[in-house]
Structures are given as C-alpha cells and as structure tokens.
Ligand binder design. Structure first.
Ligand code: SF4
Ligand code: SF4
Length: 371
C-alpha cells in the first residue's frame, strides 16, 4: 500500500469516528451563527454537523490555548514561625491527544511558525511542547485562492506540507489523503481507507490548477532588510496606521501571533493557594508594553504597528530564516477598517522605488504611499 488513501465525502463521518476511536479529541470546522456566520473548530461527536469551509478562527488554541493554567501553588506558614513560609508548586504540563481535521495549509504552517520560538529557542516551552507532541494535523489543500489570502507571497502555496501530518486534496468524487509525517503515514496505514495511489496524477493536476487561480506575487525577498530599514521612519508608520482603531482583531485571529501575559490568581476556596495563568495578549494594545512606572516604550498606534509588522517580516526572519506570517489573510479580512498588511510590507519593500511601483499598474499601489 502507498502513502495515499482515498476518502469519499460520505465516509468522512466514519473517518472522524475512527480518529476519535483512537483516543483523540478530533477538532472539526463547525459553522456558528453569530452576528455573521463564523466557522470555528469544535470537538467532533457522532452526528454533529461539520463543514469544510476555511475556519474564521485558526486552530492555534490546540497548542496555545487563549488561557491556560501553567502551575498551581500553595503557601504554608510555619505556625511557630509565621515568617517562615513554604511554597509548594505543582507544575505538570499535560495534553490531550488531538487531531485537527481539515484546517487549511496556512494554519498548519502557522503551527510550524509557532514551533520555532516555543520549541527550538533558548528555552523549550514544556506546556506548548506537551500539546504539540500530542497533536496531529490533517490539512485540506485549497483548490483556489481568495482575495484576502496570500500564502504564495510568503514562500508557501495552497498545498504546502509544512506543519501538516496529512494533506487532503479534494477531487470531483472525494478526497485523496497523503501521509506527510511518519505519524500521518502510520495513521493512514492503520485505517481501512482504500489505497489512493491510482489517483495521484489527478491530485497533482488539481494542486497545480490551484496555483493558476492566484494573483501574481510581489517579490518580497528583500522584505526583511527593507522593513528593518523603515523602522525609524516615523511618518511611514503614522501613515500606515492612520485608520487603525487598536481593536487587536488582527492579532487575535492570527495563527502565528503568540504574545501572552502572565497572571497570578488566588484560589478563593483555598486561601493559601492559587494558580499562574498564561493568556493571549496583543502587541496592538497600549497596555501590552506599559511599564509599572507609567512609561510606555510603544506609546502610539504607529509604534505598535511597527512592532507587529517588523516582528513578522524583519526580526523573526532574522532569527529563524522565514516570515512569521502564513499568508492566511485573516488580519485583512477581519480588520474593521480595512487595513491590509500586504500594502504595508509592499510599501516598505518599494520605498524609494515609487516610480517603479506606480509603473507596475497591475499591482496595487497603496494610496497613502502615492500621496
Ligand atoms: S499576519 Fe495576517 S496574514 Fe499573516 S498569518 Fe497573521 S493573520 Fe494571517
Ligand atoms: S484589526 Fe485593524 S483596526 Fe484592529 S488593531 Fe488590527 S490593524 Fe488596527
């Protein structure tokens, strides 16, 4: 048998049940009706409706929950010497075996982007590592691009395998599943799905056709040095941020943003005890960098946008050799005032080359750069 399997649309629930039967929490995209329709990952249960639409919220929470307890503590005072306090800390990183099913390849790549600082830096984060080791990612390759996504601007594409254990591609009569990692291949080998080797040529054509739907990508090879070069150009960042209302949506919807804050919280049922929490935070908020003295090294929106864009397109690439952006486009589609990170990066890349930029009529020229 090959590393490819074939799955019909009707058999998806049985495949999800098979994954759940292996002791996994299986996270599937689910439609939620709110003010407007949104698609979020929820644990699969038999009979539950699911969708294969691109999720509004990425599955980042599978490795980095919005709020998690890192440790619990208890203080015990010596009754004979109350100044003597013994602190007991319980710190057991734990994780539930999880399969993320049918995220897009940009979301899987987002997890690979998180892996570098959390697993490969000076300090390996044990809480992240436990969840990452327990995670298997099945990504659905995109058969076409959309207006807001741009995976191909940042070195990837609609069927990039980075971060995925299994890639799943839609054919007219079902899906072909390709084992990428050893875990993905083993999972497919243990399933009862039919061999898909005979459909590989067709799958390759579908994946190639997806590329034809994408707009031409700008050349961002020099983005790290060009974004770094505009770091001290305050006017550039002021103009790039004029419309921003500092809501933080661009960071909360982002599969690669990982700013967090730490809070120690007493336990009301255990006066001597408490817990330490890690919660998502956003570098787009003014309080994120305000120091206890009241000084804020990033006092305005411009400095905060500069930090967000520079981290993704200059500092992270300097440290890790890749952009900290998977091109998912959520910061573009979710921004209430229509700010577009592609325009900011392109403006930095083309700064000083305005003539060149305007001549390229087919590419978008941000009005604020032309003004
Ligand atoms: S910066 Fe924007 S496009 Fe890039 S990964 Fe984050 S949300 Fe997606
Ligand atoms: S989503 Fe838009 S308005 Fe909100 S903080 Fe991000 S750039 Fe600013």
């Amino acid at each position: 048998m090959s590393d490819y399997r074939f799955l019909t649309a009707q058999d998806i629930p049985s495949f999800l049940a098979f994954l759940a039967g292996q002791g996994n929490r299986v996270l599937v995209p689910t439609v939620q009706e709110a003010v407007k329709e949104s698609v979020v990952f929820t644990p699969f249960s038999q009979g539950q409706p699911y969708t294969l639409k691109k999720a509004t919220v990425p599955p980042k929470f599978s490795v980095l929950p919005p709020c998690e307890t890192l440790l619990t503590y208890k203080k015990i005072k010596d009754p004979k010497n109350p100044e003597h306090v013994t602190l007991t800390v319980t710190d057991k990183p734990s994780a539930e075996k999880t399969v993320v099913f049918a995220c897009r390849t940009c979301d899987a790549r987002g997890i690979a982007i998180l892996d570098r600082p959390y697993l490969k830096g000076l300090y390996r984060d044990p809480y992240y590592a436990a969840k990452r080791e327990a995670l298997l990612v099945v990504s659905l390759t995109c058969n076409s691009g959309c207006e807001t996504c741009f995976c191909h601007f940042v070195g990837a594409g609609p069927s990039s395998p980075e971060g995925s254990d299994i890639l799943m591609t839609e054919l007219p009569d079902g899906f072909i599943l390709q084992g990428i990692s050893a875990q993905g291949k083993a999972l497919l080998a243990g399933s009862s799905l039919a061999d898909g080797a005979a459909r590989v040529a067709e799958m390759t054509e579908v994946r190639k056709a997806a590329w034809q739907t994408l707009a031409k990508a700008p050349d961002w090879k020099k983005a790290p040095e060009r974004v770094a070069a505009v770091f001290t150009d305050h006017e550039f960042w002021e103009r790039a941020t004029e419309r921003c209302i500092a809501c933080g949506a661009c960071t909360y919807f982002c599969p690669t943003c990982y700013c967090f804050t730490i809070t120690d919280e007493g336990d009301p049922t255990e006066p001597q005890g408490g817990r330490r929490l890690r919660s998502w935070d956003t570098c787009m908020a003014s309080l994120f960098t305000r120091e206890a003295s009241g000084h804020n090294p990033r006092p305005g929106k411009a400095e905060r946008m500069r930090n967000r864009v520079s981290h993704k397109f200059a500092t992270y690439p300097e440290n890790w050799g890749a952009f900290s952006c998977s091109g998912c486009g959520r910061c573009v589609s979710q921004c209430p005032v229509g700010l577009d990170i592609r325009e900011i990066v392109s403006a930095a890349v083309n700064k000083g080359l305005e003539g060149w930029w305007v001549r390229k009529k087919k590419q978008r020229c941000p009005a604020w750069l032309r003004a």
